[in-house]
Design a binder for this molecule. Structure first.
Ligand code: PNS
Length: 174
């Protein structure tokens, strides 16, 4: 068999990963994980997922729009889901959940989530990337709290998110 024929017969399996989160809003810490994730996987789906333990500032559509705006030009897909994460991952033909891991405080929650997801579907693995040291102390929640009290979060979030936060909190103060 010629190499060309052999090559055409090969099934090329794409490594697809899903990066789920609340992204309320997307921060530079998230962007760092996404940029590094893009080097590891053929396709990365950023999933704005429902977290029953959190109330959100931005609507799901707005969060998705901000993710798209911040990552324009990158090879990513942005989607949302209010169902079980592992079911979504399987429905996309993916088998990896990508998560960022910050300080020790994240560990217990992330460990529990990875284990429950593994129990729910043993074919799906959670892969963790350590958050870049510049973003170790930040989170969407802290950023919202600081911005809501008039603090500057410039440099912790993409400029477009900073502008949106300023508009949002100016509206709240009116
Ligand atoms: O950014 P977050 O809020 O830490 O992300 C948490 C998220 C959305 C990934 C998690 O709550 C989740 O997976 N939600 C989907 C519902 C689900 O599958 N729950 C069971 C596994 S914990």
């Amino acid at each position: 068999m010629t190499f060309k024929k052999y090559f055409n017969r090969m099934v090329i399996v794409k490594k697809i990963a899903v990066y789920p989160g609340s992204f309320d809003p997307i921060t530079n810490g998230h962007i760092d994980i996404i940029t590094r994730g893009l080097r590891m996987f053929d396709e990365l789906i950023i999933l704005v997922a429902y977290n029953p333990n959190k109330s959100s500032l931005f609507s799901v559509e707005e969060r998705m729009d901000l993710v798209r705006a911040c990552l324009a030009g990158n090879n990513i897909r942005v989607d949302c889901s209010s169902g079980l994460l592992v079911d979504y991952v399987r429905s996309k033909g993916a088998n990896v959940i990508l998560r960022g891991l910050r300080a020790v405080s994240d560990f217990e929650y992330e460990f529990q989530m990875a284990l429950i997801n593994r129990r729910l579907n043993r074919d799906i693995e959670t892969v963790f990337l350590m958050t870049g040291y510049q973003w170790f102390y930040t989170s969407s929640n802290l950023i919202k709290e600081a911005a809501g009290l008039g603090g500057s979060v410039k440099g912790l979030v993409p400029d477009i998110v900073n502008e949106r936060l300023e508009q949002m909190f100016a509206k709240v103060k009116e």
